[in-house]
Design a protein around this ligand. Structure first.
Ligand SMILES: [Zn+2]
Length: 373
């Protein structure tokens, strides 16, 4: 009988069958795991191989952290003292998310944001606009009298790109930029409290540079018009926005299936049932489109008491939406952006934290329970 060679990867993988559903582990993780199990076999130890393999795999999976761009970096983002957009919602979500993660034994790795390069911003924005913001520091919102919008707006994109890179490296299935999903930002002008469109930049890079397909699910109460416009002609990007029709920006009534752009227009008072319906519609589209990545614009302004919209989602409705998405797509790399939310001291950070937590925890649960199948 030929003796397997521990230094030979093929030999190791022949003797250590990697469970199917953890095939999304990085090469290094698989290698380390295979090495450990191989050594156990070669040492002639007694015991049940599958129990041993399972415990090793669980260790690998349970160690999978969630990555988050440090929200505190954006805490000074404000468009004026009386403006609905207040950066303290980012400080608050940082605290809430950390507490929830801790009590659920979920490791959070926070990454300090970087600014986006001009080349990155130019993937979806005009040169004139990029220069106006980053070099001439032109302020577009009449009330943004203080703060450093140029640096922060650029970092909102940089942070989303860092999260994309982490997902592409296979370090996690859930990466978050609570200050991301600036979905109204357009080609050559800022719109609706959004300067640069981070998810459109990330989707362009993922598709054009990495050959991947991206599906973007936008549950912010407002139509994700900028993201839709900037990715419309990209055949590898699907957008689905569920929003209240008749409020800002006034678009998003019809879908454009030929360009994979879908809209679900709701009316004031529509609640959790409609959000759940939208989740199922998005998931059916995903089943056909077969994306490699899902981005979620998790706007909290659909909450029943949000001052800027009239939808009637509850916190539980948001959590249920997250559960449905992760249950249907247990091994899908997901990038979450916070988008809007105008209850900075209570419901906005609570919804963001609970939504992201559900996505991250259910990814872990599905990976762990699949071992041995
Ligand atoms: Zn909104």
């Amino acid at each position: 009988m030929n003796q397997p060679d521990p230094s030979n990867k093929t030999d190791r993988l022949t003797y250590v069958k990697v469970p199917k559903k953890i095939s999304k582990m990085t090469d290094q993780e698989i290698d380390d795991w295979a090495n450990q199990v191989f050594e156990h076999l070669m040492s002639g130890q007694s015991g049940n191989f599958f129990d041993y393999a399972k415990s090793k795999a669980e260790k690998v999976n349970m160690g999978m952290p969630v990555y988050s761009s440090d929200p505190e970096f954006f805490s000074s983002w404000s468009l004026g003292a009386d403006h609905p957009t207040q950066g303290r919602r980012y400080s608050n979500v940082k605290i809430q998310f950390a507490e929830m993660a801790k009590s659920n034994n979920l490791e959070v790795v926070e990454i300090a944001p970087r600014t986006a390069t001009h080349a990155e911003l130019l993937r979806v924005h005009s040169a004139r606009f990029v220069i106006q913001v980053t070099e001439k520091h032109i302020r577009f919102h009449s009330s943004d009298e203080d703060g450093a919008p140029a640096v922060l707006a650029s970092a909102m994109v940089g942070a989303t790109l860092q999260m994309l890179e982490i997902l592409l490296a296979g370090k996690t299935l859930t990466a978050i930029n609570f200050a991301g999903a600036k979905h109204h930002a357009q080609y050559d002008f800022p719109f609706g409290f959004c300067v640069f469109n981070d998810m459109a930049v990330a989707a362009t890079i993922a598709t054009a540079d990495h050959g991947l397909r991206v599906a973007i699910f936008d549950i912010d109460a407002h139509h994700g018009d900028g993201t839709e416009n900037l990715t419309l002609k990209n055949p590898d990007v699907l957008t689905y926005s569920v929003h209240q029709f008749g409020i800002f920006p006034g678009t998003g009534r019809v879908s454009d299936p030929a360009n994979h752009a879908y809209n679900k227009a709701l009316v004031a008072g529509d609640g959790d049932e409609k959000l759940a319906e939208a989740s199922q519609e998005f998931l059916s589209l995903v089943a056909e489109f077969k994306p490699d990545l899902v981005f979620i614009a998790a706007g909290a302004d659909g909450h029943v008491s949000d001052p800027l919209a009239g939808l009637a989602y509850t916190v539980e409705g948001y959590v249920e939406c997250a559960r449905a998405l992760r249950e249907a797509l247990p091994t899908m790399p997901m990038l979450i952006g916070g988008a809007g939310g105008y209850q900075p001291d209570d419901f906005t950070p609570e919804i963001w934290a609970k939504f992201a937590l559900q996505i991250a925890l259910d990814a872990q649960a599905s990976r762990t329970s699949s071992v041995g199948n």
